[in-house]
Design a protein around this ligand. Structure first.
Ligand SMILES: Nc1nc2c(ncn2[C@@H]2O[C@H](COP(=O)(O)OP(=O)(O)O)[C@@H](O)[C@H]2O)c(=O)[nH]1
Ligand SMILES: [Mg+2]
Length: 340
């Protein structure tokens, strides 16, 4: 850091830009969250605290699109963007695709520019390279989602599901939509065996493949009938084709219906609070270990405390961290922050 750096917007200015949906401000905010150096992290903290409580921003909807590589998540994402834009909604995309770490988001961006003949000011795409281990990837998705929720009507996280032991990025959203590949039995087997937690919306893409797609859909519906039972939200299974552009409006309607349902049942804010608490717990556990978590009162108590407390993401995190170090009589925590 030298004095020769050009003047940068303050955290408060950045937050205002983000809330006005300015793409430049969103890009700068996401870069800030990506930067683990001390001053950047301090500014990230102020930025997140300056956003007017994105956890409560019920007008925006955080959607996870998950499923195996090749199922058509990216194709479906661009098809959905077209529908949402026609409806006058602004859209932010976080593409987390380990099968195409760098190019995923760029390709999506190119495709959209080709379709619309230019850059759409109301669509923002950010690609996150998969960094392999838990920390790098999921650690960034939640803070980034908060920024994007403050900026856009719809935020979509595209990702292949990750392992069971880690926080599944696809569960860090209001609505999880699973995209199945016709004739690939595995996801359906998982669902039947109860291994896969049922997402909120199921989609069989590639309806244009005909019989094989229809069979997959009826398979899915059969196993859903058994599992839906008396659930308050009855998980729907839809047939769509991103390539031929059929069923996309219905998919957008269904996603919106789940959002409304969450709001009607007072579950939107509660869900986001729980995701945030789990994010903080996971990060604390990575940094302070089992010992640290126990020292702070154990997972359950910390989670309950976090769900009650009003602080913004990094404030909550830092408070717990400081408490831990104060408890050990260490005056200053190590410089490494939550985004290391
Ligand atoms: N036949 C057919 N192919 C599709 C459809 N949607 C996507 N694809 C193709 O499936 C492949 C994988 O698509 P992509 O969107 O990259 O899948 P992702 O890995 O899940 O993001 C590409 O070759 C697409 O052209 C569809 O509706 N029908
Ligand atoms: Mg993809």
């Amino acid at each position: 850091m030298t004095a020769a750096q050009p003047a940068k917007p303050s955290a408060a200015d950045l937050a205002r830009g983000v809330e006005a949906g300015e793409r430049g401000a969103v890009a700068r905010a996401l870069n800030l969250l990506d930067d683990s150096r001390g001053p950047a992290r301090e500014k990230a903290r102020r930025l997140l605290a300056s956003l007017s409580d994105p956890l409560s921003r019920g007008s925006s909807h955080l959607i996870g699109l998950t499923g195996p590589p090749g199922a058509g998540k990216s194709s479906l994402t661009s098809a959905l963007i077209r529908v949402w834009r026609r409806r006058g909604l602004s859209v932010g995309i976080l593409a987390v695709d380990p099968s195409s770490p760098i190019s995923g988001g760029a390709l999506l961006g190119d495709r959209l520019r080709m379709m619309s003949g230019g850059v759409d000011e109301h669509v923002f795409i950010r690609s996150l390279a998969c960094r392999g281990a838990y920390g790098g990837l999921s650690a960034e998705v939640w803070p980034m989602s908060l920024v994007m929720l403050a900026a856009f009507d719809l935020v979509l996280v595209e990702t292949v599901g990750v392992g069971q032991r880690e926080i599944d990025v696809s569960k860090m959203t209001d609505t999880t939509c699973f995209v199945a590949q016709p004739a690939s039995g595995d996801s359906i087997q998982f669902l039947k065996a109860g291994i896969m937690e049922v997402p909120h919306v199921l989609v069989v893409n590639k309806a244009d493949m005909g019989a094989v797609a229809r069979r997959t859909l009826s398979d899915l519906r059969a196993s859903l009938r058994r599992r839906n039972g008396s659930r308050a939200w009855q998980v729907p299974a839809l047939s769509v084709s991103a390539a031929v552009d059929t069923g996309i409006d219905e998919l957008a309607d269904t996603l919106a219906r789940h959002h409304r349902w969450l709001e009607d049942h007072d579950l939107l804010r509660a869900g986001r609070r729980r995701i945030q608490a789990q994010w903080i717990l996971k990060r604390l556990g990575d940094e302070l270990g089992r010992f640290g978590i126990d020292r702070l009162g154990g997972e359950e108590q910390i989670e309950a405390e976090l769900i009650q407390s009003k602080g913004s993401l990094l404030e909550q995190y830092d408070n717990l961290q400081s408490r831990f170090f104060a408890d050990l009589n260490i005056s200053s925590p190590p410089s490494q922050g939550a985004h290391a």
